[in-house]
Design a protein around this ligand. Structure first.
Ligand code: PHE
Length: 329
């Protein structure tokens, strides 16, 4: 019995190895696997064995049957695939596909970080629309019609009354109109200016506005808040200066510069934000009593701040969406 099993296995192996068409394969099936084939015959003989011999052969017989069937099926599949002209679609020589994972844009990361710092200083977050009324963007902020200060910001007008906001300050107006003091919030978002595009300016950028209105808010508090921000964002040893400035909606007004010294290059002051005490006229425009309340406001450029921190020299790279730039952060 054992010899027969072995010889059938060897014969089958030799014959199946040289099969190259369906007809020859069918002959093999008839010879080994059909009802009167060699393998079923073996099983028949097995049944006739005395029962004390059965355990000895049962297992090998089953293995034989499975192996023969498996090889037969494999060869059959291959032949059929070749016949229908199809090639296996699996090419094991191809290099593996890399799984690319996205990441947050450097501006988003910077914004998140700014928000966290200001939340730590007690500010909440408030947002307004990018399409604004002339009233909120200019009029309520103490820019009278035809006032030359409007020229400070080149505006994309939609029509006579609506425009793309040129700064986030109109969100101050919205906040003061919708809620009563005390108010303490930052207002992040996109702003638009109709400027010639260059390494320094783009038609679109981001600002984070800040506003604090309460009884007895002082300029000293404004300075303290902005210095605390600068030290958390740029590091304890950041070099900064407050420089007198002008905005129609703040009085007095200032700008804050940060000392920027790229390795091996001449250092210089770079402006990152404008700020000041909310002008009493603005408070009056939104029905807050300037005799009772005072406030401070600031607005910082997000791109400017990120450029300074990461040594980016061209503002346009933020908007090119070139992965070589984006993946560096
Ligand atoms: N809105 C001003 C700008 O865009 C910045 C600013 C905000 C100044 C708040 C003072 C107070 O330049």
């Amino acid at each position: 019995m054992e010899d027969r099993i072995k010889s059938i296995q060897t014969d089958f192996d030799n014959e199946i190895a040289v099969v190259d068409d369906i007809k020859k394969l069918e002959e093999i099936r008839l010879k080994y696997l059909s009802r009167k084939g060699l393998v079923p015959l073996l099983f028949e003989d097995f049944r006739k064995l005395p029962s004390d011999e059965k355990p000895k052969y049962g297992k090998t017989l089953n293995i034989l049957k499975n192996v023969v069937q498996q090889k037969f099926d494999d060869v059959k599949n291959n032949l059929e695939m070749n016949a229908s002209g199809k090639k296996s679609t699996v090419d094991l020589t191809l290099p593996a596909r890399r799984n690319e994972v996205g990441s947050l844009h450097i501006l988003t990361q910077t914004l998140y970080e700014m928000k966290e710092i200001f939340k730590g200083l007690g500010f909440s977050v408030y947002e307004g629309p990018e399409l604004e009324s002339d009233f909120n963007n200019f009029e309520a902020l103490n820019f009278p019609a035809d006032h030359p200060a409007r020229d400070m910001q080149d505006t994309f007008f939609i029509n006579e009354n609506f425009l793309l906001r040129t700064h986030t300050s109109p969100v101050q107006v919205r906040l003061m109109k919708s809620k009563k003091p005390p108010l303490r919030a930052i207002m992040p978002g996109k702003v638009y200016r109709n400027e010639a595009i260059s390494a320094k300016s783009y038609c679109l950028f981001h600002q984070v506005e800040g506003l604090y209105v309460d009884t007895d808010v002082t300029f000293a508090e404004l300075k303290g808040t902005l210095v605390a921000f600068a030290q958390q964002f740029f590091g304890e040893n950041v070099k900064y200066r407050f420089r007198p400035s002008f905005f129609p909606f703040t009085e007095p007004s200032a700008e804050v510069d940060i000392w920027w010294e790229p390795k091996g290059k001449q250092g210089r002051w770079l402006e990152i934000l404008g700020c000041g005490m909310v002008d009493p006229n603005v408070l009056r425009n939104v029905d807050i009593d300037p005799e009772k309340y005072t406030g401070y406001a600031f607005g910082m450029g997000v791109e400017r701040t990120a450029m300074l921190r990461y040594g980016i020299t061209d503002i346009r790279t933020f908007f090119d969406n070139d992965k070589r730039f984006l993946t560096q952060f």
